[in-house]
Design a protein around this ligand. Structure first.
Ligand code: ADE
Length: 233
């Protein structure tokens, strides 16, 4: 089986890259900024694709995630795509820092398009996710939640309103873009999200995110080891 991880930040991938000893595939996506790492795990091919960098920082957000996902699908033709990364979540849903969730659904919360139901439906996304996610979460003891994607780290009142109206729980900046591309190719998409900040804690988001990034990334590594064992056994 071929497993492709799409990861936005080096910090999110590093513990995982070190654990599996994946090797950088020089020039794999040239001239794109995406980086490809590869290893063999229990006779399966494991690829970790990072969005890459621009202006000295990791490329977060939907545009870079779409480019990475499209290129990875076209070049690798994986059996499953896993988007692993950090997210904001809500105390009111029982979330705690460094909790790991699997995504049971996915939507956008910052695409406000006026018009009829068709435009509204397209704007929200609501793409399909990996159909065995609940079984997997049950077997491995993960919580599940709905991934909600936007282009900003902060949460404006208009974002909050859409998140609340549509049951968003795991706020990130890439998930729905990855799922959109996967939907075009009918590729299964699994989300693994670890909580760096609580959107309803009143704390400054970037500060909370930065403080908890290393801890959440360690939790991601542990979760992904279990997931890879589960998928490849
Ligand atoms: N990634 C980590 N925390 C986030 C948040 N609060 N919003 C969007 N993406 C995030």
């Amino acid at each position: 089986m071929k497993i492709v991880y799409i990861v936005a930040m080096v910090a999110e991938a590093k513990p995982f890259i070190e654990h599996y000893g994946v090797e950088l595939q020089e020039g794999f996506f040239a001239p794109l900024p995406c980086m490809c790492y590869k290893a063999e795990v229990h006779n399966n091919e494991l690829y970790v694709v990072l969005n890459g960098q621009q202006h000295g920082s990791d490329l977060v957000g939907c545009e870079a995630a779409s480019v990475a996902t499209l290129s990875a699908i076209q070049k690798i033709n994986p059996d499953i795509i896993i988007n692993s990364g950090t997210c904001g979540a809500f105390k009111s849903n029982g979330a705690e820092i460094a909790d790991v969730y699997l995504g049971n659904a996915v939507m956008f919360h910052d695409r406000r398009v006026p018009g009829d139901d068709e435009w509204g439906t397209q704007a929200l996304g609501n793409y399909p996710v990996y159909d065995k996610v609940l079984e997997m979460a049950d077997a491995l003891g993960f919580k599940t939640g709905k991934v909600t994607t936007g282009s900003s780290l902060d949460m404006q009142p208009c974002d909050k309103e859409i998140i609340e109206q549509n049951g968003g729980e795991l706020k990130d900046m890439e998930g729905a873009a990855v799922a959109f591309v996967c939907s075009l190719f009918q590729k299964p998409i699994l989300f693994v999200k670890s909580v760096t900040d609580l959107c309803d804690s009143g704390a400054e988001t970037f500060e909370e995110f930065s403080k908890n990034l290393a801890k959440a990334s360690e939790a991601l590594k542990e979760a992904n080891i279990k997931i890879i064992d589960y998928l490849t056994k």
